[in-house]
Design a protein around this ligand. Structure first.
Ligand code: ZN
Length: 969
């Protein structure tokens, strides 16, 4: 192409990227409409993706139409002049794709992914969102209900509520002082369609949009297609919105807040406004430095001092950018019961720490450590999913210099000690806000937020707190506390990040067993493609653990035991985390521990870790026990304040699993019996006999992996003996078949404050096998989009409307889930049945061509390669955990997929939903829907026939029902 003809200019030739990033980038600006596009060419297989980010969000909402930007985001998916049917998601679904969008304060981001062969058409459909959307009046009227349901879902969410209180406390005329989600009250107006169009014309100008095209084609091959398409987006040369006036001048910000949270927890958050926001100073990151220091959890830390006195459960420090013209820095302390009543003492310690840090100032070695670990992390970063990468790039394109759009968040490059000191010295009482949350404050709170109806009280900052801020008095020697100071030097930081081989081609693709004896079995796989200097190790410790799968008290004791271990080793583990060595521990009936870190440093960390685990004894930690006990009790209580669909997720698993999970009420009851003495007794039996299952992968040889395993086992098997194999428990699922063909219904009343109801309707299929897994994926793909379109988009039953299939304890199930703010579970159940009938009808008329479309989409999904070594490790780990061990299951499924006939598909479908129907429904009923729900039940007096059988006691139900045999293939 001649220079004269070229339709774009190149914005930058150099985008800074990680050393191991093999992707190709091209950043251009279209001459016709000033749209900026980044092309990303990925040479590995995977999905194509695109994102479009508009530099306008809810700050641009007109005062009389709050939530408009967010509503517009929903509407763009619902039809354009060229593609009037609102079927973008259907198109994606047929092509292994998915889409999403979000509306932020200053950005609205749209994105999707799909298979390579459908990418150009998907782009055309997507591009027309920004060229000529329809805003069909019917869909406008309908879709605002989805926005309203979305807001209903958030009503009991403390994060949304607190954010709203912050925004509403900004200067009255500040654009920040808004309600961004919107609801029917703010959106249901006769002129709403005109308002949407006006907003669109005002803000969706090509010069304000940044795009990312993530492709597997050569950029040179696809670029003219992309350019021709996207230069049709109109450009009105709108200036990017700027917000010059700061929303929080000191006299507005300085205040003391009390707040009644939905969840039972106690918390105090100290905040300061800062002028040194990151957009201008991202290469220096002054606030990041201080959030590292305040949020540090190792030796000398603020958290250690607070914990030592029994005042805190946890602590977080960070900062938020507000309107690109200021930031809010915070220290957020999760309080214990003691901390709640002694909160001024907590503040005293925070203020003392601040005073010490002001005096000491920035330290070169801490900055240097942050810089080194930042570079290490950046250069060994694992590849993200294409769609996530695309949308985060476009978000960065709106903020950072073109060359820095990948690196932006990882910068620690320009050391500016003066600026860092200036930042901490700007934290004064004049620009300080304290936000104090606890349900115990209810009687002191008389103000009510008009959008979320939460209670709070705003008052001036009390003089005694100002005095304390000026003269904090924490002295560790007089109160028997811990010394406050700087993080110590970090010895865990890796120096050698080299790769052990360059010859990746000939390494095995799947794990193999490298050790098997009475102590353990170990699977290993050397990295054969990701080329990162990392090692991942995962281990399950089976033990004679007091039968935690069936004994609810021991189950709780095990949880607390683990928390105590973690707490006693917090400083050690946190220090390692700062050097990018991560540890995760779970108790899922057995103990599971996962490690990830640099190959050089991980082995010695593993040794140190298991030394500590092996020697750990909870006996000296009575005070910590009390804290952990309180924490777990609150967590169990707070289960009932969770969003219904989140509670539902737990109930679903609980209903189906034979053992290993306990009912929320049962747990709450059982925790009353847990004592410190019982923890000590429990400890005495735990890990006496053990058996280990290992998986190690990454940048190491099988010999190095064996060395790691042998040295850890030497530590663990001192004073311990192997657990006999027959003591290792086999997971089972309940068979939910009812002999009379009835559906089981388990009905639970939700907390009175909850306005949403929830249903899940679970259909049982057969045991997992290569063939059944493939059938399950075909059925999943067939149902997903029509279920969403019918029950959410058309019927507007709620914001959360999902269908999915998955295997639980090797049995396959189809799930339909709806969370609704408008209808009770009985109604939702009827609609699901109607949908199922419709689908049965549709399946009976299905042709080979129809199945072929589904097959192709499923095949693309199956062919998708893992993006990162941790994702690959997870796939293999699931095979090991579930004891299926078919490491090439995807390849086998692809083969099987070709063989599936239309008859087999029809047979499986009718078997699940009609011929061998086995169904259980979980109904979570909101108080506002109870009456209507009762009316919809078939009544016995009227002699109405019901196909529902109500479960009186779920525990009894689980005992009575037969169990599935655990089997694979
Ligand atoms: Zn939304």
């Amino acid at each position: 192409m001649n220079i004269e003809e070229c339709k774009y200019e190149v914005v930058t030739d150099t985008i800074v990227k990680p050393q191991n990033d093999e992707k190709k980038y091209k950043y251009i600006r279209l001459k016709k409409n000033k749209l900026e596009i980044v092309f990303v060419q990925d040479f590995h297989e995977g999905k194509s993706a695109a994102a479009a980010n508009v530099n306008a969000g809810c700050l641009q909402d007109p005062l009389h139409r709050q939530g408009l930007a967010h509503f517009l985001e929903h509407m763009l998916f619902l039809g354009t002049e060229k593609y009037p049917q609102a079927d973008f998601d259907q198109f994606l679904n047929e092509n292994s794709g998915t889409s999403n969008a979000y509306t932020d304060y200053m950005q609205t981001n749209y994105y999707f992914e799909c298979s390579d062969n459908a990418f150009r058409e998907a782009l055309d459909r997507f591009g027309h969102f920004f060229i000529n959307p329809l805003f069909n009046q019917d869909l406008v009227d309908r879709e605002m209900n989805a926005v309203n349901s979305e807001h209903s879902k958030n009503l009991q969410d403390d994060e949304f509520r607190k954010l709203q209180l912050l925004d509403s406390s900004a200067l009255k005329h500040s654009p920040l002082n808004k309600f961004g989600t919107g609801n029917l009250e703010t959106l249901k107006h006769d002129s709403i369609r005109d308002d949407l169009i006006a907003f669109y014309k005002e803000n969706y100008s090509a010069n304000l949009i940044k795009m990312c095209i993530y492709t597997h084609e050569n950029i040179e091959d696809i670029e003219s297609y992309v350019v021709d398409l996207f230069e049709q987006i109109p450009n009105f040369d709108k200036p990017a919105p700027t917000y010059l006036e700061k929303p929080f001048p000191n006299q507005i910000f300085q205040s003391f807040w009390k707040y009644v949270p939905a969840k039972n927890h106690h918390n105090i958050k100290v905040m300061w406004t800062s002028e040194f926001f990151t957009k201008e100073s991202y290469q220096k990151h002054p606030l990041k430095y201080w959030s590292h220091v305040f949020g540090f959890e190792g030796e000398n830390s603020l958290l250690s001092a607070l914990k030592h006195l029994g005042l805190a459960e946890g602590l977080a420090s960070g900062y938020e950018d507000i309107m690109n013209n200021m930031s809010i820095f915070y220290v957020d302390v999760e309080l214990t019961q003691q901390g709640l009543s002694r909160y001024t003492e907590v503040l005293n310690i925070v203020f003392t720490y601040l005073q010490i840090m002001k005096k000491i100032g920035v330290q070169d070695y801490i900055y240097e450590e942050d810089r080194i670990t930042g570079i290490q992390e950046f250069n060994s970063a694992e590849q993200e999913e294409s769609m996530d990468f695309a949308h985060s790039l476009t978000a960065n394109m709106q903020i950072y210099k073109p060359k820095d759009i990948i690196k932006a968040q990882c910068y620690f490059e320009e050391y500016d000690p003066q600026l860092i000191n200036q930042v901490i010295n700007s934290f004064k009482h004049e620009n300080m806000r304290i936000f104090f949350s606890s349900q115990t404050l209810e009687s002191e709170c008389t103000q009510v937020d008009p959008y979320y109806f939460c209670k709070y009280q705003q008052s001036p900052l009390p003089q005694n707190i100002i005095d304390l801020f000026i003269n904090p008095t924490y002295n560790h020697t007089t109160c028997g506390g811990k010394q406050l100071g700087l993080p110590p030097k970090n010895d865990f930081i890796a120096k050698d990040l080299s790769l052990i081989t360059q010859d990746y081609e000939n390494l095995p693709k799947y794990p193999s067993v490298i050790k098997q004896d009475e102590k353990s079995i170990a699977y290993f796989k050397q990295d054969h493609k990701f080329k990162v200097p990392k090692t991942l190790a995962k281990v399950i410790i089976y033990s004679n653990d007091g039968n935690v799968k069936e004994n609810v008290e021991n189950y709780l004791l095990y949880q607390i035991w683990m928390k105590l271990f973690q707490e006693e080793n917090r400083e050690f583990m946190y220090q390692a985390e700062m050097a990018k060595i991560y540890t995760k521990m779970y108790i899922k009936g057995t103990a599971e521990i996962e490690f990830e870190g640099f190959s050089e440093t991980l082995p010695s960390y593993l040794n140190a870790f298991f030394e500590r685990l092996s020697k750990f004894d909870p006996t000296p930690y009575k005070q910590d026990f009390l804290v952990e006990y309180e924490k777990l009790s609150k967590k169990l209580q707070n289960f009932f304040c969770k969003n219904p669909y989140k509670q539902g997720k737990y109930y679903n698993q609980f209903a189906i699993r034979h053992k290993g999970l306990f009912g929320p009420q049962e747990l709450l009851e059982a925790i009353k019996g847990v004592t410190y003495e019982k923890i000590c007794q429990f400890h005495n039996v735990l890990f006496k006999n053990i058996y280990l299952t290992w998986f190690i992968t990454g940048n190491l040889t099988s010999n190095s992996a064996l060395n790691v395993i042998n040295s850890v086992e030497k530590i663990l098997y001192t004073n311990r003996t192997p657990l006999p194999k027959n003591k290792i428990d086999v997971p089972q699922a309940i068979d939910i078949t009812n002999e009379d063909g009835l559906d089981y219904v388990w009905e639970i009343n939700l907390d009175d404050s909850e306005t949403n109801s929830y249903i899940s309707s679970i259909f049982q299929f057969e045991n997992s096998s290569i063939k059944n897994d493939v059938l399950m994926k075909l059925i999943d793909n067939f149902l997903e989009e029509p279920f969403y379109t019918s029950l959410r988009t058309e019927q507007q039953l709620g914001y959360i409307v999902w269908s999915m299939t998955c295997a639980e304890r090797t049995v396959i199930y189809v799930y339909f889930q709806i969370q609704s703010d408008v209808k009770p579970p009985q109604y939702l159940s009827q609609q699901i049945e109607a949908f199922v009938d419709e689908m049965l009808e549709e399946v009976s008329e299905m042709k080979d061509e129809d199945l072929d479309i589904i097959k192709e989409s499923v095949e693309n999904d199956l062919r998708e390669q893992p993006h990162s070594i941790s994702q690959e490790a997870l796939r293999f780990w699931q095979e090991i955990q579930g004891r299926r061990l078919v490491f090439d299951s995807r390849e086998k499924q692809i083969e099987e997929l070709q063989k599936i006939t239309l008859e087999q598909f029809k047979e499986a479908f009718t078997s699940i939903f009609r011929d061998n129907r086995a169904n259980i429904q979980i109904h979570l009923v909101s108080k506002v829907h109870r009456e209507e729900n009762e009316k919809l039940k078939p009544s016995e007096d009227m002699d109405e026939e019901s196909n529902q059988l109500f479960i009186e006691s779920i525990e009894q139900f689980k005992i009575n029902q037969p169990k599935h045999k655990f089997k694979y293939y």
